[in-house]
Design a protein around this ligand. Sequence first.
Ligand code: SF4
Length: 340
Amino acid sequence: MNIKDLEIILKESNEPTFRLKQIIKSIYQDGILDFNKINNIPKLLKEKLIDFKILSFGIDELKEGVDSVKALLSLEDGNFIESVLIKNSTGFTVCISTQVGCAMNCSFCATGQNGFKRNLTSEEITDQILFWKNYLSDKKIGNITNIVYMGMGEPFLNYENVKESIKKFIDPGFFNIGARSISVSTSFPSSVNIEKFTKEFPQVNLAISLHFADNKKRSLYMPINEKTDLLDIQKFIEKYLEINNRKIFLEYIMLDDINDNEYDANKLIEFVKVIRKNYLIHINLIKYNSTFKNFNSSKKEKIIKFEHYLLREGISVTVRKSMGEDINGACGQLAGKKII
Ligand code: SF4
């Protein structure tokens, strides 16, 4: 929601200064997206706000799956993004997008294959949570407990807007979500922005999309590795754990016969073991969901074998349940296209 525009209307209408706070509470905390449904504002003001758009996008399509819902959102300039709501054990996690497309061009990812169009504004990022809050409050089925920046785009290439959105999420006057319930995932394109983030939001979780522990392979499937490689990531993790002393997550998508063999497990063990406080590193093994590209997920037995191999070496690891495959809303499947 464009708060500045709303402020102007309230001023022009000679509304008392507390009015803005009242409206913000109803929208951001109660999930009300219709001024007519806000009880404590005057009728005359409701009439003045009749054309004021709360969300910065339209809802083009919604696809509901067993454990998740995917929304295709149409932006004002005609671009599309996707956002996913996922059931968790205590409520709901929202996976949000930060860019239209992605310039990182990871070969196994549907978003990357569509190229980069533009950064989302901070409003377009926070409005995704507004939208899902309203969806949940209408259905009366629970609350948002977690936010993950794992949708379309690379968050650290849109750092200023991502930063503004996190500020709103954790602000008690707005969304009031605990910093520890927010996770930002990166393929590691810019150590400068990641360092800034670590200082500015020490309580927000950081996940690095590692996926390969061999430089040649990582460069082959994730071109960004040519710029910031595994050594850069290791150096950063060392620094992060020195300053922050809290858990850091490594995401590892399991691709059949590409990064799931004993060789790859050994490289991953080597990668982790050279880092001093490696007991603070946690690896998430993620089942890959087939997109239009010719990549397959590793077999279940192979994923378990890989996990056990790491566990035997004392490495903290879990196999993450992949949600949303039935609606093409799982990791690597968000393409910002019509839902088919
Ligand atoms: S995996 Fe992430 S960083 Fe890579 S192309 Fe997809 S959205 Fe971008």
